[in-house]
Ligand binder design. Structure first.
Ligand code: PMV
Length: 323
């Protein structure tokens, strides 16, 4: 019986979430917290898919309608449809998704699960998807999970590293200069939310108040452009200021929340240089820039957040871990 373990990284959006949906520049990085998919061939034509941490167990068949499935399993079924359209057979298999990321927390757990799943399953066929088709498969899954994804999450989960992303132009690599004097910390508010409805409500507000919000979108574009230059020369003082300004802009479009503001205030008052929400907001996670010689920010956040992690940015994209 063949067995394979594939993995894909989670991500943080450092600049431009939401604004990216209307064409602004977004900047994101893979983090060294990954999702693994372990796949084994089995007899028959059933695909058993389960995840203890994400809390689902389903049996997928070739001829299934997405609506027959629990919501969490639908993105995987849409990947299977894509694979069948690409000429893959429907092999019987058992696949376990093991996520080290909190789900629904803005850290890209759904895209990472999709990429790890698609890579593991196609590897079992002896014909692993190349990066481009893996991206398309993960994007198909994100469309089911999130409605109108910009494409940032599947890009990061497949290609890894740091990216600058524009909806019409796609991704380009960012050569971020890391500095051992600083570290990034991620803290989860513990409030789960769905990205799709939040994106919809931001778009509706932008339409209704465009006369005012066009200035906020323009400011967000400028923040991202300046941040890109600051990252490439390793100017962390500027990056910290821009993260704080970015949080103000995200607040202006209505995606902050009491829980986010509280964690940010705690991070800043315990020594963080920059702090903002990351991902869709209204819950989910914050990303913090702090001096690396102080553990106070992490230790303090742990008193208020169910999941705090000091993360390394720029991690590798999807890969086979074991076969
Ligand atoms: O998937 P999340 O929750 O990390 O956030 C997605 C980021 C948005 O810019 C809000 C939407 C998108 O598709 O880019």
């Amino acid at each position: 019986m063949r067995r394979v373990v594939a993995s894909a990284p989670g991500k943080v959006i450092l600049f431009g979430e939401h604004f990216v949906v209307k064409g602004c520049l977004g900047i994101a990085s893979a983090i060294n917290v990954r999702v693994q998919a372990e796949a084994r061939l089995t007899r028959g034509e059933k695909l058993r898919l389960y995840s203890r941490n994400l809390g689902f167990r389903v049996v997928l068949r070739k001829d299934m309608e997405l609506e027959e499935l629990p919501e969490d399993a639908r993105p995987f079924a849409s990947i299977l449809r894509y694979l069948v359209s690409q000429g893959y057979n429907f092999l019987g298999a058992e696949i376990e998704i093991r996520s080290h990321l909190p789900p629904g927390a803005g850290l890209g757990s759904s895209a990472a699960s999709a990429a790890a799943f698609a890579l593991a399953y196609t590897h079992l066929h002896g014909d692993a998807l190349d990066k481009h088709r893996l991206f398309i498969a993960s994007l198909e899954a994100e469309k089911i999970a999130h409605g109108k994804p910009s494409g940032i999450d599947p890009t990061i989960s497949v290609y890894g590293g740091w990216i600058a992303y524009r909806r019409d132009k796609g991704a380009s690599r960012v050569n971020a200069r890391l500095d051992a004097g600083y570290r990034f910390i991620v803290a989860d508010t513990g409030v789960r939310r769905k990205t799709g409805p939040i994106v919809e409500s931001v778009l509706a507000l932008a339409e209704k108040r465009w006369d005012v919000l066009k200035h906020v979108y323009r400011a967000a574009e400028e923040v991202s452009e300046k941040a890109l230059r600051a990252l490439e020369i390793g100017d962390y003082e500027t990056i910290a200021d821009l993260m704080n300004i970015s949080q103000g802009l995200l607040n202006a479009i209505g995606v902050s929340s009491l829980e986010i503001e509280k964690l940010i205030a705690i991070a800043r008052s315990s020594g963080a240089l920059g702090a903002k929400l990351t991902g869709a907001g209204r819950g989910g996670s914050i990303v913090v820039l702090a001096p690396s010689d102080s553990s106070r920010v992490t230790e303090t956040l742990k008193g208020y957040s169910p999941w705090v992690s000091s993360v390394a940015l720029g991690d590798e994209g999807s890969r086979i871990d074991q076969e």
